[in-house]
Design a protein around this ligand. Structure first.
Ligand SMILES: Cc1cc2nc3c(=O)[nH]c(=O)nc-3n(C[C@H](O)[C@H](O)[C@H](O)COP(=O)(O)OP(=O)(O)OC[C@H]3O[C@@H](n4cnc5c(N)ncnc54)[C@H](O)[C@@H]3O)c2cc1C
Ligand code: SF4
Length: 338
């Protein structure tokens, strides 16, 4: 076992002070990802700064009609909160599609955003991996890459971001509130996670001495026409091979607004504004959904074992948008749309 120090932060300022004072320190919240990474010899923090007792566990309405979710709200509490169930059921669906009840009870909202990839080689500390050890190479590109990315990849890394919740936060255009030694700032969700490029070791634009304090949801929750579809190897306790978050605002059969995001296919939740734009003003039918899917998947590239994801994602997008249009978010079989 690698020894490490453990301290508990007394408030947010103390947490920032402690993390800024020790570059080898890491925050620990629910510990459901970080502890595994330490056991697998992937992460070696010299100090764990426990933030789990900080007063960041409330869900409050904002003056513009949105919600502010504290970074330490457990995933279960978030999914079952009445305001989330009523106004943001798409978010509740995605959270409940993740992990297991026990894990969701421990996992925090902030930790979910910063959880690391599930690429097999990232967890296998004896194989080359640019994310774990920059410059060592990428074992997945020519290895077993069934779960890896098909969009936004680089020659350095083809990992995916594993979160379900983040796919919906991207679609809903949430904002991440963070604080650090230089003060507080807000990051648009689309700018929070990064593509790998030649720095795959950096998953997000959060600085190492910054803490996530809250996630803010805009007022619009698309509670009438939404669907989150997660395709995975088992029905529970498995990460997404492909997931789709779809949210529509309809006027009769006509699409007034559309949001679409993919999980399991890229280093960050995947959104393409042109795919949403093509839906606007159109009749909600399978033909236009297929066009949106083609735009979403432009430039998609398989690496062998994961070639199947391209066709799977295309079909999943059409199906999820169809479910959203019908107002049948959880249906397993979709009636054919005229
Ligand atoms: C078996 C298993 C199956 C899973 N399946 C799924 C799944 O299907 N879908 C899914 O979405 N997730 C899944 N998860 C992942 C789970 O959701 C995450 O592990 C969890 O959300 C992480 O939250 P945590 O509070 O436990 O984070 P921790 O493990 O405590 O921390 C994770 C990282 O986040 C950082 N961190 C935590 N809080 C903050 C903060 N406030 N500010 C800055 N940095 C912070 C930590 O320093 C650390 O680097 C699974 C996990 C396991 C173990
Ligand atoms: S895909 Fe990324 S995480 Fe996986 S082995 Fe390659 S560099 Fe490492």
């Amino acid at each position: 076992m690698t020894p490490f120090h453990y301290t508990r932060a007394s408030d947010v300022s103390d947490a920032i002070r402690q993390i800024a004072a020790d570059p080898a320190a890491k925050f620990i919240a629910g510990g459901t990802n970080l502890i595994d990474l330490m056991k697998y010899d992937v992460e070696h923090p010299a100090r764990l700064v426990d933030i789990s007792q900080l007063p960041l566990k409330s869900i409050e309405e904002t003056s513009d009609g949105g919600l502010r979710i504290g970074a330490l709200v457990p995933n279960s509490d978030l999914a079952y909160h009445p305001l989330i169930e009523q106004r943001y059921p798409l978010l509740a669906s995605a959270i409940l599609a993740g992990a297991s009840q026990q894990l969701r009870n421990m996992a925090s909202t902030g930790g979910n955003l910063v959880q690391r990839t599930r690429c097999f080689y990232f967890y296998d500390a004896v194989t080359p991996c640019n994310k774990r050890q920059p410059g060592s190479g990428c074992s997945a590109i020519s290895g077993v890459n069934r779960i890896n990315a098909i969009l936004g990849t680089s020659e350095a890394c083809i990992a995916t971001h594993p979160s379900d919740m983040c796919v919906v936060l991207a679609a809903l255009e949430a904002t991440v509130h963070v604080a650090g030694p230089a003060g507080a700032r807000a990051i648009a969700f689309s700018d929070f996670h990064r593509l790998p490029d030649n720095t795959p070791q950096r998953d997000t634009n959060l600085e190492p001495d910054e803490i996530i304090t809250a996630i803010e949801l805009p007022p619009k929750g698309f509670s009438a026409n939404y669907s989150y579809l997660k395709i995975r190897d088992r029905l529970s306790y498995a990460f997404a091979l492909v997931s789709v978050a779809a949210a529509l605002e309809l006027d009769g059969d006509t699409i007034k607004e559309a949001r679409l995001a993919l999980g399991g296919v890229a280093h960050k939740p995947w959104r393409v504004s042109a795919a949403e734009a093509v839906l606007l003003g159109q009749r909600a039918d399978a033909g236009i959904f297929a066009q949106a899917a083609d735009i979403m998947l432009r430039g998609a590239k398989g690496y062998g074992h994961n070639n199947f994801k391209i066709g799977l994602a295309r079909r999943a997008i059409v199906r999820t948008l169809s479910q959203a249009a019908h107002g049948t978010p959880q249906s397993q079989s979709v009636k054919k749309i005229r």
